[in-house]
Design a protein around this ligand. Structure first.
Ligand SMILES: *[C@@H]1O[C@H](CO)[C@@H](O)[C@H](O)[C@H]1NC(C)=O
Ligand SMILES: *[C@@H]1O[C@H](CO)[C@@H](O)[C@H](O)[C@H]1NC(C)=O
Ligand SMILES: *[C@@H]1O[C@H](CO)[C@@H](O)[C@H](O)[C@H]1NC(C)=O
Length: 216
């Protein structure tokens, strides 16, 4: 009985007269046209998608994927903890509470290692301090507090420029430092970036404040 069932099935498949095939040929042509139109549509879709994707990638490359150098500068809120300036001797001995700012505009964190900030009076070093390593989150600012002793070195004792500067009420200083680190974007793309600080400032002796802080 199972055998007879199997014999019945192949019959409709093998029954395929020529006349029916001719009737169907116009139908298959229409089907072919339809398929071709569909293929064209798909090709257009794919081209549009590729253009869209390219646009997204270009946009990404110039915004999110762009590695920018972070900014590193002195903030005006820096103040003195101790302050001793003798214009007549001349001499100075101060402790500056330097407020530093790191600005990271990348779409990823900036990590830098320990570094040094150095202060100069007309090219002569007058103090330095360690800036500890830190991670600055994506698109954010970080304020860093660094106490630094600014002490007149003996080599400046007979410097006539210093005496006249102090008499005028202004001690001009410069600060230099650089943060060397890595910017990481989307957890995998990393690039080395160095943020340079190069600032000039004036110590106002009567107000015991920093003024005219300018950073390049
Ligand atoms: C960074 O500086 C701090 C404080 O000076 C120190 O404890 C630490 O060991 C330093 N880290 C490196 C990696 O040098
Ligand atoms: C020191 O600061 C005071 C107050 O801002 C200002 O009036 C004065 O001109 C400053 N001195 C100098 C020498 O710039
Ligand atoms: C910082 O300024 C000094 C003096 O103007 C200059 O000689 C030096 O090249 C500058 N450094 C950077 C990194 O801009």
């Amino acid at each position: 009985m199972a055998d007879s069932d199997q014999q019945v099935h192949p019959m409709p498949q093998s029954y395929n007269p020529q006349s029916k095939y001719d009737q169907e040929s116009t139908a298959t042509n229409e089907a072919k046209d339809l398929r071709r139109q569909k293929q064209k549509k798909w090709a257009l879709y794919i081209i549009a998608f590729v253009i869209f994707q390219t646009g997204i990638i270009v946009l990404f490359t110039f915004t999110v994927m762009k590695f920018r150098t972070p900014k590193f500068r002195m903030r005006p809120s820096s103040s003195f903890d101790t302050f001793d300036i003798q214009p007549t001797t001349p001499s100075f001995n101060m402790r500056l509470n330097a407020q530093l700012g790191v600005r990271n505009t990348n779409f990823g964190p900036f990590k830098y290692g320990n570094t040094t900030i150095t202060f100069y009076y007309k090219g002569t070093e007058v103090g330095s301090a360690t800036v500890r390593k830190l991670k600055v989150n994506f698109r954010s600012n970080k304020k860093v507090n660094v106490p630094v002793d600014l002490v007149m070195p003996a080599t400046l004792a007979s410097n006539s420029n210093l005496a006249s500067d102090l008499r005028s009420g202004i001690l001009p200083l410069t600060s230099q430092s650089k943060l060397s680190g890595k910017v990481e974007i989307m957890f995998i793309f990393k690039k080395k970036r160095t943020a340079n600080m190069n600032c000039t400032m004036e110590v106002n002796i009567s107000t015991k404040e920093l003024q005219n802080i300018k950073c390049k």
